[in-house]
Structures are given as C-alpha cells and as structure tokens.
Design a protein around this ligand. Structure first.
Ligand code: CA
Ligand code: CA
Length: 183
C-alpha cells in the first residue's frame, strides 16, 4: 500500500509538471467583409458577428484568455450628405457615437472607426463571439468591412508527447521508490 502511494505521488508530480505549460500568446486577425458594401439608411441597423472559433477551433473561455482586442470598422459615403451613426459592440456593452453631424466624410474614401474593447471584452471572452450593430441615427452611409484584432492566450495541444522533464521526474520518483524499498 505504501509503495502504491509513492507511485501515485510520482505520477501526480509528473502530470502536474506536464500540465503547467504557459499558453501561447497568439495574435489573431479576423476579417468580416460585406460584399457588396451594405447601405445603412436612416433608422436602419446592420448586424454582424465575429466568431473567433471559426479560426481558433480550440478556443473556450475555460482554457483560453483574450488579453486585448479591438475592431476596425470601415464606412463610406458615396452618396454624400450628412449622417449620424451609433455602433453597439457586445450587445450594447460599448456604444460609440461620434460628435458632429457628418460622421462619414463624403465620397468613397473610407472612414475608420476603431473601437478598443474594454467593457465588451468579457462578451468576446465568454464564447469567442462578438456581436456588432451599426445603426443610422439619421442620413445614410455604407458599411464596407471590419476586422477584429485580438491577442489570445491559447493552451498548447493536450495530446502532445510527454516532455523529457516529465519523464525524468517520473524516473526519479520510481528510483526513489526503489531506493526506499532497498533501505
Ligand atoms: Ca450620406
Ligand atoms: Ca457624409
């Protein structure tokens, strides 16, 4: 029985060592493109989502972490005129509404609205999905595309070959056990 406990202790030590890997910080960029560009008229809302699991299949809130993230949203106003918009990120956890009455410069040169995720970061972390809603308060404009950029801490593969260090620890444990049996 004592010997059994020592073997278990040696194994537990080995396994604990193997599981203590730091994750890998992975920069991720996830594009979303409206093709053709999507016109958002006065009073209308355009909804879309980013889904990190589409490019990080192993992502889960319990095993991964998102250290930081931001989204770039590109808008154009080829029909010109004044317009005001509101962008809701993470189901209204963050809402951005610029000042002024001409939120998108007239013409085909895109306006970049960059939103650093703060309150909405938890929403993205929860399941890897982030909802974005672009609403026109007044006037019309076009949504062209958006990009999610994130620093994700993903775990290493679980089915990797045991590390030499783990095997060495296991070996030491077994040697120690053998020594005790002799002594
Ligand atoms: Ca316009
Ligand atoms: Ca405009």
């Amino acid at each position: 029985m004592k010997m059994f406990k020592q073997v278990v202790a040696a194994l537990a030590c080995s396994l604990a060592f193997g599981a203590a890997h730091a994750g890998v910080i992975t920069p991720v960029t996830l594009p979303f493109d409206a093709n053709p560009d999507h016109q958002i008229v006065s009073g209308a809302t355009y909804n879309f989502s980013f889904d990190l699991t589409s490019i990080l299949a192993s992502y889960s809130a319990s095993s991964s972490d998102i250290l930081s993230a931001y989204i770039d949203i590109y808008l154009t106003d080829p029909n010109n005129g004044q317009e005001r918009y509101s962008i809701s990120v993470g189901n209204s956890l963050q809402v951005v509404t610029p000042n002024g009455n001409n939120h998108v410069p007239n013409g085909n040169t895109p306006k970049l609205e960059q939103i650093n995720l703060v309150a909405a970061l938890a929403d993205l972390k929860a399941d890897g999905i982030l909802n974005v809603a672009i609403s026109s308060i007044s006037g019309e404009f076009y949504f062209t595309n958006a990009v999610l950029s994130a620093q994700v801490d993903v775990p290493e593969q679980e089915n990797e070959v045991p590390e030499p260090a783990s095997l060495a620890l296991l070996g030491l444990g077994l040697l120690g056990m053998a020594a005790r049996r002799r002594g």
